[in-house]
Design a protein around this ligand. Sequence first.
Ligand code: FMN
Length: 208
Amino acid sequence: MSTKILIPYYSAYGHIYQMVQAVAEGAKGAGDVEVKVVKVPEFDAVKQAMSQQPPYVEAQEAQDDIPEATLDDLRWADGIVWGVPTRYGSMPAQMKQYLDSAGSLWMNGELEGKATAVVTSTGSVHGGQESTAITTFVPLMHFGMIYVGLPYGENPEQLTTEGIGGSPYSASTIAGTDGSRSPVEAELTMASRLGARVAKVAGALKTI
Ligand SMILES: Cc1cc2nc3c(=O)[nH]c(=O)nc-3n(C[C@H](O)[C@H](O)[C@H](O)COP(=O)(O)O)c2cc1C
């Protein structure tokens, strides 16, 4: 039976959306893998507040066809890669609301033993690349998931003094303080490798 990888994400301006597409490609390339990309619901208040901001409106329109994340998606998955842009050094409330809505799954241990990983994005180089991944790790441990990082051996791009994303804790990108930077090849490559790694780990865990 194929390994099922779920990629729930939130992306206001499209950077995380690009990164999770790379994760999906990597996961699909890892063998008999089925991938589902889903977006967590946006808040009405944010939709309204941003309705006159073209970068937000255009990025949302590009995601129109992506289905909204449900709790059954989490049940369906063997492995889950979360797409989590930074808000004040940690996850956005939209993503937290989705995690909080999964209380019944936590109570029933339904996510225990599933492989998991994080893809993140910040405005600036030091704006929370690592803190967002590490703080997202915390609820994932409460769910009993098995966290998959981004090893240096497989991702030598991390060994750099340049301002690019990627750390042992997560694949990541930098949006730029005005949002004008797009994910670069090295960041997309690391995201893709992370997708493949989670798919392989999730597949192996199914056999235990
Ligand atoms: C309310 C808010 C808080 C933010 N906080 C941070 C932050 O703490 N550090 C940072 O580098 N960028 C911060 N940003 C920038 C976002 O992280 C950036 O827009 C995002 O990573 C882009 O991803 P997206 O295009 O997928 O939405 C913040 C943006 C907003 C709207």
